[in-house]
Design a protein around this ligand. Structure first.
Ligand code: C2E
Ligand code: CA
Ligand code: CA
Length: 434
C-alpha cells in the first residue's frame, strides 16, 4: 500500500526510488544504461477544475492504462502525484531507444480521450551519464522536462549539461530577487487607461519593472514566472499593492489604479488583509482600486477564490478579468465569478485590423461578446487609429495601448496634473470674473 498509488494502481514515488536503486546497481555492473522519463500532461488542471475531480481521476486512470500499453516488461511506470508520471527502462543504445519510447508515449497519449485531446511533454535523463543516484537522475529528468515545457508543449527533450547552467542562471535570478525588494530595485510604471469616447484618462495600470544592478532593466515577463514559482510573488505583490495605492493617493480622486494579481496571491490567506492594509495606508477609497486577475485564479480552489472575491467586492474593490479570450473556460467562468470589468486580450485587438479575414471576424465577435455582457470593457494593446475606430464603433468603453505607453510615476503625476489644469484655470477664471 505504501508503495502504490491507489487511484491508478501504479507504483508511487517510494517504489520508483527503490526500483531505481536496484536498476542503477545493475547498470553499474555494465552493459546497459537506465533511461528515466518524466511526463507532464497538459491541461490536466483545467479538466480537474472545470469538469470536477472524479473526471480528472478518470483521465489519470486512462493515462495510466495507455502508458502500460507502451512499455516492455523490464520497464516501470510510477505516478509521482497529480498528473506527474515517470517511466524507467533499461537501454543499451540510449538515444535511439529512449527516443523511440518517448515517441510511442507521445503518440499513445495524443490519441483523443473521451474528454478531449491532450498532449504530453517528456524530459529524459540517462543513467549513469546524467546522474548516478536516483535524486540526481530524477533532477536531471526534471530539468529536461522543464526545458521541454518552455520549448513548447507536446515535445520531449534529453537532459544536457547546459541545462545545469540555465538552472544556475535561474538560481542566481532567484537569489537576486530575494534581495531586490530590500534594495529598492523594483519600480512601478503606469499605463493610462482611457475613456474611448473622450480620450480622458480614467486611471492607470501599474506595471512592475526590475532594475537589476548588473543586468539593467528586466521586464515582468522575464521574472514574474520565477517569482510565482518561488513564492516571492507574495512579498513582491504586497509591495506592488502598497506602492500603487500610495501613488494613486497623489492623483485626483476620480482616477483608478489597476494592479495585476498572480494566482498565488489569490491562494494566500493574507490577500484580503494585505489589500485592506494597502488601502488604509494610502488613504484611497476602495472603489479606486481595480484588481486584474486572469482566469487561472479560478482553476485552483474555486470556493476559496469565490469567498475572497466576495469579500473584496464587499469592501468596494473592483475586479477585472484580464487577458479575456485567451483562456479555456470563459463562458462558465463569467457566470460563476462576479467580475466588474473585462479586459479584451491584445491578441484580439491586434487581429481587428490584421490581414487575416477569419481572425478579424473572430476578433470582432469577441469584442461584441465582451461588450454584450454588460460589464465595462477595456481593449488592451490598442496601437493604431484603425483599431481605435473599430473598437469605438463596437461600443468598447475603455482603451489601453501603446498610443500611451507605460510611464514612470513622476510622468504619470505630471500627466494627471496637466489634465486637471484646464479645469483649474476655468475655476480660477470664474473666480476672477466674480
Ligand atoms: P498585462 O497585464 O497584459 O499587461 C499589459 C502589458 O501589455 C504590459 O507589458 C504593457 O506594457 C503591454 N502593452 C500595453 N500596451 C500595449 C500595446 O499597445 N501593444 C503591445 N504589444 N503591448 C502593450 P509589461 O509591462 O511587460 O507586463 C507584462 C505582464 O506582466 C502583464 O501583462 C502582467 O501579466 C504581468 N505583470 C506586470 N506587472 C505585474 C505585477 O505587478 N504583478 C503581477 N502579478 N504581474 C504583473
Ligand atoms: Ca493587466
Ligand atoms: Ca492583459
Amino acid at each position: 500500500m505504501a508503495q502504490h498509488d491507489a487511484l491508478t494502481d501504479l507504483p508511487n514515488r517510494v517504489r520508483l526510488r527503490v526500483r531505481m536503486d536496484h536498476a542503477l546497481a545493475i547498470t553499474r555492473e555494465g552493459g546497459s544504461g537506465l533511461a528515466v522519463f518524466m511526463l507532464d500532461l497538459d491541461r490536466f488542471k483545467e479538466v480537474n477544475d472545470t469538469l470536477g475531480h472524479p473526471t480528472g481521476d478518470k483521465l489519470l486512470q486512462a493515462v495510466a492504462a495507455r502508458l502500460l500499453e507502451c512499455i516492455r516488461d523490464t520497464a516501470l511506470i510510477a505516478r509521482l502525484g497529480g498528473d506527474e508520471f515517470a517511466v524507467i527502462d533499461y537501454v543499451t543504445n540510449p538515444v535511439v531507444e529512449a527516443t523511440a519510447l518517448a515517441e510511442k508515449i507521445s503518440q499513445a497519449l495524443c490519441r483523443p480521450f473521451d474528454l478531449g485531446d491532450h498532449q504530453v511533454t517528456i524530459g529524459i535523463a540517462i543513467a549513469p551519464r546524467d546522474g548516478t543516484n536516483p535524486d540526481e537522475i530524477l533532477k536531471s529528468a526534471d530539468l529536461a522536462l522543464y526545458s521541454a515545457k518552455s520549448g513548447g508543449r507536446g515535445s520531449f527533450r534529453f537532459f544536457e549539461p547546459e541545462l545545469d547552467q540555465l538552472m544556475h542562471a535561474r538560481r542566481n535570478m532567484e537569489r537576486d530577487m530575494r534581495d531586490a525588494l530590500a534594495k529598492g530595485e523594483f519600480e512601478l510604471h503606469y499605463q493610462p487607461i482611457i475613456n474611448a469616447e473622450s480620450g480622458e484618462p480614467l486611471g492607470f495600470e501599474a506595471l512592475l519593472r526590475w532594475h537589476h544592478p548588473q543586468r539593467g532593466l528586466i521586464m515582468p515577463a522575464e521574472f514574474i514566472p520565477l517569482a510565482e514559482e518561488t513564492g516571492l510573488i507574495l512579498p513582491i505583490g504586497e509591495w506592488v499593492l502598497r506602492a500603487a495605492c500610495n501613488e494613486a493617493a497623489k492623483w485626483p480622486d476620480g482616477l483608478k489604479i489597476a494592479v495585476n494579481l498572480s494566482p498565488a496571491q489569490f491562494r494566500s490567506k493574507e490577500l484580503v488583509s494585505t489589500i485592506v492594509g494597502a488601502l488604509a495606508n494610502s488613504g484611497i477609497v476602495a472603489h479606486r482600486l481595480e484588481l486584474e486577475v486572469t482566469e487561472t485564479i479560478t482553476m485552483h480552489d474555486s470556493e476559496a477564490v469565490l469567498a475572497a472575491l466576495d469579500q473584496l467586492h464587499r469592501l468596494g474593490v473592483r475586479i477585472a478579468l484580464d487577458d479575456f479570450g485567451t483562456g479555456y473556460s470563459s463562458l462558465s467562468l463569467l457566470q460563476k465569478f462576479p467580475f466588474d470589468k473585462i479586459k479584451i486580450d491584445r491578441s484580439f485587438v491586434n487581429a481587428l485590423s490584421g490581414a487575416n479575414e477569419e481572425s478579424r471576424r473572430i476578433a470582432r465577435a469577441v469584442v461584441r461578446f465582451a461588450v454584450s455582457l454588460g460589464k465595462t470593457t477595456t481593449a488592451e494593446g490598442v496601437e493604431t487609429e484603425e483599431q481605435l475606430a473599430i473598437l469605438r464603433e463596437g461600443a468598447c468603453a475603455e482603451m489601453q495601448g501603446y498610443f500611451s505607453r507605460p510611464i514612470c510615476a513622476a510622468k504619470a503625476l505630471k500627466m494627471v496634473r496637466r489634465q486637471l489644469q484646464p479645469v483649474r484655470r476655468r475655476s480660477r477664471d470664474m473666480a476672477a470674473a466674480r
